[in-house]
Design a protein around this ligand. Structure first.
Ligand code: ZN
Ligand code: ZN
Length: 224
């Protein structure tokens, strides 16, 4: 009986990569099969599909795999990229950051300041406000990695926002290199609630040089 009680007190943990692009992004080659294979390899319980300015990839892939998919979108704003999590509709691009965050909230989603200090990536920099729900404090693709991580953690602490991590994967082998561990059940609502209640911790490493080169090569060949 005592053992049973202890078991009940234990909170469940889920491991999620909150930033993955599918083939629906012009610069990604990740398919539903890749998601299944690499999520298993990296012990992920769920993945957020966050294609550039469109939700179609997330909705389609959710039907093609048994893996839990959190529907998302990476929106290009006037001042940088913003990720919407748990969003099932397109969010218009090229709006102000404030309007984009409002639009994501109206659609029932969470607004995440992704790779806020990364170079060459469309980053928000100083345009982050407390209106955001979370900061992506680890993004494996962000360069320079440690500089971006340090600055992102600092702004998350200053604004008292949740931390999330994602790889920004465009190639299969990058999936799960960064991940968030949440105290949540394995469903979208519970995971989103855990972010809002800051029951999450971030982990992750930068892309290796070979992963970066493969990513660049895939972008060039896919666009031809
Ligand atoms: Zn981005
Ligand atoms: Zn991205």
């Amino acid at each position: 009986m005592i053992i049973l009680k202890e078991k009940l007190l234990l909170k469940k943990q889920v491991r999620v990569d909150f930033h993955v692009h599918s083939t629906y992004s012009s610069d990604s080659i990740i398919t539903s099969k890749d998601l299944t294979v690499f999520a298993k390899k990296r012990s992920l319980d769920a993945v957020a599909i966050t294609d550039h300015n469109q939700i179609a990839g997330a909705l389609t892939l959710a039907k093609k795999t048994d893996l839990l998919i959190i529907p998302g979108i990476e929106v290009s704003t006037e001042c940088g990229h913003v990720v919407g999590l748990n969003v099932k509709q397109n969010i218009p691009r090229n709006m102000s950051v404030d309007d984009t965050v409002d639009c994501i909230h109206k659609a029932g989603g969470l607004a995440v300041a992704c790779h806020p200090f990364a170079w060459f990536k469309g980053s928000l920099g100083k345009n982050i406000t407390e209106k955001f729900d979370a900061i992506e404090t680890i993004n494996s693709s962000a360069f320079p990695f440690l500089y971006c991580k340090k600055k992102s953690i600092k702004i998350a602490q200053q604004l008292n926002l949740a931390h999330v991590a994602g790889t920004d994967a465009h190639n299969p082998e990058s999936i799960g290199l960064a991940y968030t561990v949440l105290e949540a059940d394995l469903n979208v609502d519970s995971i989103i609630k855990a972010i809002l209640e800051k029951r999450c911790q971030v982990f992750g490493n930068p892309l290796t040089l070979s992963m970066r080169l493969k990513q660049k090569y895939a972008r060039i060949t896919k666009r031809k």
